[in-house]
Design a protein around this ligand. Structure first.
Ligand code: WTA
Length: 655
């Protein structure tokens, strides 16, 4: 690439004519929360830096020690400190005189809306906390939350936090069997849900799935139901309760009690390399510190001025950290939208931006690419001038989508923060700092102040500019996971065994440094796929497929997909005597995956094959299947037991 530096300070790639990097405007720099001295401060004394960030929070009892890493890889942050997470996210703003400020501009999919101030939120969370207490729940108990994006979902999370209950939010798009396994794993006592959910103008049942899931689930005592769509529901007397009856009649006064900094706040299940999802455990003080810190600096958030919108669902970690905990700890005013971006039409997001004057818009690359497909005339028909900062998360953003996002949505000037992090990291780890970093399309660029990341090779050698290897985190960080629920061995094995001698966290992502030392995340190096920013493991889908009586064996790969990043492609072998009924069978298999996991895990393509390519040691060669799925020529097949298998697979694929 040939580069030239132009008058405005941008570096241009003279071949493509696109700037290589985009320095922030002088106006942005002048008002930015972050300055380059932040990196220096963290470098001078990392733990003192984090102690300072922790003091963004209200501590009932101050901490005595910043980090205790003596029991590595299980960290203790802000040792001896006590706080109440909900107090920090809600009460504090009321106590400090911001009760009338809007916390949530809630926009329902059918067009209804609610404005919830911090005072309103405090009353609601207090009511829910009183109602949960009346149900007999005590600190340490687990609560499953299986809800669409309604305010009561956020209220439920905060009520749990207030009482020291550990929530486990299960994405409402997951099937009843996925919900059941998560309830069983955490032994949840309560499920909070809704009667139904709005999806593209239609009410779809939701409580039905809960009924199926909790039928004979030993741990569940109650199902608390928010009426959202008014569709018919089955009712189990004694077990099922309406939210409006119980929470609605509870007192709006509740005094928050303080919990230890390391008190478990939530469990969130995520896909790993084996079929069984992992319950990632996050605790209180460190998690809230880092979500609040990153929300403040990475989004350049100004309390009382900005209108912030993160388009994630609370079923994912992005919703936990950047809808609920980070923004609310910082007293943000935010938009929460219930529905899909094309309901009632493709203008919906831009109508919302205009209606509320959204200034910060945080979304996923897959949605940006969808907007691109719909065409720029749609956002162009709106006044998006309120937007001053854009964010991206969930997968690498391709430079073309990055530029479109900046030009069309950000009026050619809004900085884009490409934020790399994971369910496990709890909060943003690598990202440009707006007002400091000259941004580069496609690169997450720099570990945040206080965060240490490296790219290493198989032999644990740290690589410099130009290096290509694995992303590791070589120092503990406040919002790091504290384990996997019920399986600490798996925790150590998954994240800490690869570089055990060095004591580094293995993120499971490949990454490279460019010649300027900027970091580019290249995607997963394990068997985890990334479909529209959702993590789905190949073995999870494989086990759903083989649970169909007709399937003997299945192999699943993630193949490049223009819109969703990766698409799921499956190859199956049928059992003896099972007839291949073509489309009917394929439809049945897809339905099986929806039922076992979720419609989001449904393969894009399923091919019935006579055999699967295996190495001599019996491992399925996914790399070769990926080549087939992406239509590439097959490379070296010499390690295969039977290279002829491929002709058959390639032929089946062409049918
Ligand atoms: C990927 C989502 C490139 C990565 C917060 C990671 C990204 C996985 C980025 C975590 C990004 C997330 N650039 N890749 N900005 N952000 N990823 O747990 O592969 O749902 O390991 O957390 O998403 O997905 P998770």
């Amino acid at each position: 690439m040939t580069e030239t530096v132009t008058d405005d300070g941008t570096t241009r790639d003279t071949e493509s004519e696109h700037p290589v990097s985009y320095p922030p405007s002088g106006d942005f720099v002048a008002q930015a929360n972050a300055g380059s001295e932040l990196y220096q401060a963290a470098k001078n004394d990392r733990l003192a830096f984090w102690a300072e960030q922790a003091n963004r929070l209200h501590w009932h009892t101050p901490f005595e020690q910043v980090l205790d890493w003596s029991d590595a890889p299980v960290a203790k942050w802000f040792v001896g400190g006590e706080l109440n997470v909900a107090y920090n996210c809600v009460d504090r703003h009321v106590v400090e005189g911001r009760g009338d400020q809007v916390a949530i501009h809630w926009e329902g999919e059918p067009g209804d809306s609610r404005e919830i101030t911090y005072s309103d939120l405090l009353a609601e969370v207090s009511r829910a906390a009183n109602a949960f207490t009346d149900l007999g729940l005590v600190s340490g108990d687990r609560v499953a939350i299986y809800m669409p994006m309604v305010p009561e979902a956020i209220v439920s999370m905060l009520a749990c936090a207030r009482l020291g209950l550990t929530h486990s939010v299960v994405f409402a798009g997951f099937s009843s069997s996925a919900l059941r396994s998560r309830i069983d794993d955490a032994e949840a006592k309560l499920v909070v849900t809704t009667d139904g959910q709005w999806r593209r103008g239609k009410a779809a049942p939701l409580k039905d799935s809960v009924d199926e899931a909790v039928d004979s689930a030993a741990s569940i005592e109650h199902v608390l139901v928010v009426k959202r769509t008014d569709i018919d529901v089955q009712w189990t007397e004694g077990r099922d309760l309406w939210w409006h009856d119980t929470v609605g009649s509870a007192s709006p006064e509740h005094e928050a009690q303080a919990f230890d900094s390391e008190h478990p706040l939530f469990i969130l299940y995520t896909s790993g390399t084996t079929g069984k999802p992992k319950g990632i455990i996050h605790t209180s003080g460190g998690y809230l510190t880092q979500t609040a810190y990153t929300h403040h600096y990475v989004f350049d958030h100004k309390r009382g001025k900005d209108v912030y919108w993160c388009t994630a669902d609370i079923g994912w970690v992005t919703g936990h950290s950047y809808i609920v905990y980070g923004p609310l700890a910082n007293g943000a005013t935010q938009v929460v939208y219930e529905g899909t971006p094309n309901s009632p039409d493709e203008h919906r997001h831009w109508n919302i931006v205009e209606k509320y004057g959204v200034t910060i818009y945080y979304t996923a690359p897959t949605l940006v690419r969808t907007f691109m497909k719909w065409g720029r005339q749609i956002p162009d028909a709106h006044d998006l001038s309120s937007i001053r900062l854009l964010g991206s998360v969930g997968e690498p953003i391709n430079p073309e989508a990055w530029r479109w996002f900046r030009d069309v949505v950000g009026a050619g000037s809004a900085p884009i923060v490409d934020t790399w992090w994971q369910t496990e990291t709890g909060a943003i780890m690598v990202s440009p700092l707006p007002g400091v970093t000259a941004t580069k399309p496609g690169s997450a660029q720099t570990p945040l102040p206080g965060i240490s990341a490296a790219i290493v090779d198989d032999d644990a050698k740290m690589l410099g500019p130009g290096g290509n290897g694995y992303l590791v985190l070589d120092e503990p960080w406040p919002s790091m996971l504290r384990g996997i629920w019920g399986d600490m061995e798996r925790y150590k094995d998954t994240y800490w065994s690869r570089y055990a001698t060095e004591g580094w966290y293995f993120a499971g992502d490949g990454a490279r440094f460019d010649d300027d030392g900027d970091l580019w995340v290249l995607g997963r190096v394990d068997d985890v796929m990334n479909v529209s920013g959702h993590r789905i493991s190949t073995s999870e889908v494989e086990s759903a497929l083989v649970s169909h009586p007709g399937v003997a064996e299945a192999a699943v790969v993630g193949a490049a997909d223009e819109t969703t990043g990766q698409g799921i492609v499956a190859f199956v072998i049928l059992r003896e005597g099972i007839e291949n009924t073509g489309d009917a069978l394929i439809a049945e298999l897809k339905a099986q995956v929806s039922k076992e996991i979720s419609p989001i895990a449904k393969p894009r393509q399923i091919t019935v094959v006579p055999e699967l390519p295996k190495t001599r040691s019996g491992k399925i060669m996914r790399r070769l299947l990926r080549d087939v799925a992406e239509g590439r020529d097959l490379g070296d097949t010499s390690t295969l037991v039977d290279p002829a298998v491929f002709d058959a697979i390639a032929k089946a694929g062409q049918k």
